[in-house]
Design a protein around this ligand. Structure first.
Ligand SMILES: C[S@@+](CC[C@H](N)C(=O)[O-])C[C@H]1O[C@@H](n2cnc3c(N)ncnc32)[C@H](O)[C@@H]1O
Length: 235
């Protein structure tokens, strides 16, 4: 009975912090004031917020090594966590330039990692040779594997790594980036959970909606309307 009380107390804690209890995340519009909505390939802050609230505590050090417009930086600050941010092509002063495969961080020094991957070459982020979005598909996955190895090195034992990724349609084929990412992460971390994040229409879909739908119909493919958020931990 006492055990049951502890479980209800934990549930109440999650509810009080407004932590999502289900695996389907549908946040609607992007929250304002975190990162930039005009950065091509930004993620909505609500996803980062959910990860930070559930998988870290106040004072923890969080890492985003593909920081883009700095959404994780801003959300972490708002939740009283310290955040270290890197990117191969930094957009802000607080984001340091680094390749995620070689981070200037000590072993076992980070409590939680959040990264939002390039969906292969859907957006070309820079002209840097080591930019994932510049690689061919084989090289993309090879590099991603080396990045997970590096992230494992710096994550503390029992720390969590949250990875947001979506699939890409190319030449009438669905490239299963999510499943491949899951397979690679499984080699270096212990699987814990995943959530389906419903995507609202990007600008390109709004502008070219019918053209995109017709292309998908022609190839007998579904229109992707979700990303996946994988949660693994280091044992
Ligand atoms: C999907 S965006 C991240 C967007 C970010 N979550 C936001 O809300 O603004 C992916 C980022 O990964 C970065 N990137 C690509 N290859 C990288 C690498 N090898 N090391 C570090 N960053 C990389 C890109 O420059 C880009 O900013």
């Amino acid at each position: 009975m006492k055990n049951q009380e502890a479980k209800f107390k934990k549930l109440k804690e999650l509810e009080d912090k407004k932590i999502e209890l289900s695996s389907v995340w549908n946040f609607g519009k992007r929250g304002k004031g975190f990162g930039s909505h005009i950065f091509h390939g930004n993620c909505i802050p609500q996803v980062v917020e959910q990860c930070i609230l559930r998988y870290s505590k106040m004072g923890d050090v969080i890492l985003d090594s593909m920081a883009g417009s700095g959404t994780t930086l801003d959300v972490a600050k708002n939740l009283n966590r310290k955040c270290l941010a890197f990117d191969i092509n930094p957009t802000r002063r607080e984001i340091r330039k680094a390749d995620s495969e070689h981070l200037p961080l000590k072993d076992n020094s980070i409590s939680m990692i959040f990264i939002h991957l390039p969906y292969w070459n859907m957006v070309k982020y820079s002209d840097e040779k080591e930019d994932l979005s510049r690689k061919n598909l084989k090289e993309f996955f090879e590099k991603l594997e080396r990045i997970f190895l590096e992230l494992r090195r710096i994550l503390k034992k029992e720390g969590h790594i949250c990875v947001l990724v979506g699939d890409k349609i190319k030449d009438g084929r669905n490239i299963p980036l999510c499943f491949e990412t899951y397979n690679l992460m499984s080699k270096y971390f212990t699987y814990q959970d995943y959530a389906v994040k419903i995507t609202i229409n990007s600008n390109s879909v709004i502008n070219r909606g019918r053209v995109i739908l017709a292309e998908l119909a022609w190839n007998n493919l579904l229109k992707p309307t979700h990303d996946l958020l994988f949660v693994f931990r280091k044992n």
